[in-house]
Design a protein around this ligand. Structure first.
Ligand code: GDP
Length: 219
């Protein structure tokens, strides 16, 4: 029993991405690539550290473009990982000066994507670990929960906060969630700077793919 557990941990620490390449950008639901692989989406407020984390996870410095500018067309970017799953970089939300048209476009696309995309396994909602719970993030998680879309919370930039403060901050965040939720979704603490949490995140993805094996609907 103990031997199996140890073997499991050893495997977990070894999970890493071997190949990653950009497939396509889509502005509308109809433009998405065929849902022929399990997909994992990354979303969060602009500047949360999404591109940096994707680049760290894939060990591919320029894969996701960092510091995207507000007002640009909001695209869903599909990346093929190890030929077996899609990492989807969703547009950042919460730009202060984004036009109403862009906001509505984003909301429609997110709604279509999260409710219709059968190959979507889970959404990773990125949250800056230095900030108090933000209304926009909480509302987005509320939306996912009510729509029964599986999601996890990924705290970013943990290297920027000292350990004691970080734990207090995360506990306060969880307490806020538990005011409205019965249980917490999976939570990850990550840093694109020092790689904290990346093996855990990749292991979680690998485990989900393993469980899904053969269960995806045909396209
Ligand atoms: P995005 O807009 O969500 O894609 O955010 P970016 O990945 O472009 O990151 C925004 C800023 O935060 C950039 O200046 C990054 O260098 C910085 N950043 C992102 N992740 C981390 C991290 O884990 N640690 C630190 N110290 N800085 C980070």
């Amino acid at each position: 029993m103990q031997k199996t557990a140890r073997k499991y941990v050893k495997t977990a620490s070894k999970v890493e991405i071997k190949s990653a390449h950009f497939l396509k950008s889509s502005q509308h639901y109809s433009e998405l690539p065929p849902g022929d692989k399990p997909e994992f989406a990354f979303v969060g407020r602009s500047n949360v550290g999404k591109s940096s984390l994707i680049n760290r996870l894939t060990r591919h410095k320029g894969l996701a473009k960092t510091s995207s500018t507000p007002g640009k067309t909001q695209l869903f970017n599909h990346f093929v990982i190890d030929g077996s799953w899609y990492l989807v970089d969703l547009p950042g939300y919460g730009f202060a000066r984004v036009s109403k048209k862009a906001r509505v476009g984003f909301e429609n696309m997110i709604r279509d994507y999260t409710t219709r995309r059968q190959s979507l396994v889970t959404v990773f909602v990125l949250v800056d670990s230095r900030l108090e719970p933000q209304k926009l993030d909480l509302e987005f998680m509320e939306y996912l929960g009510l729509s029964q879309v599986p999601f996890s919370i990924v705290f970013t930039k943990t290297d920027k906060v000292n350990k004691t403060k970080l734990q207090a901050q995360l506990e306060a965040y969880k307490a806020t969630l538990l005011e409205t939720w019965e249980e917490l979704p999976p939570v990850f603490q990550t840093s694109a700077e020092n790689g904290e949490g990346c093996p855990e995140l990749l292991h979680y993805i690998a485990e989900n793919i393993r469980l899904l094996d053969g269960l995806l609907p045909p396209v």
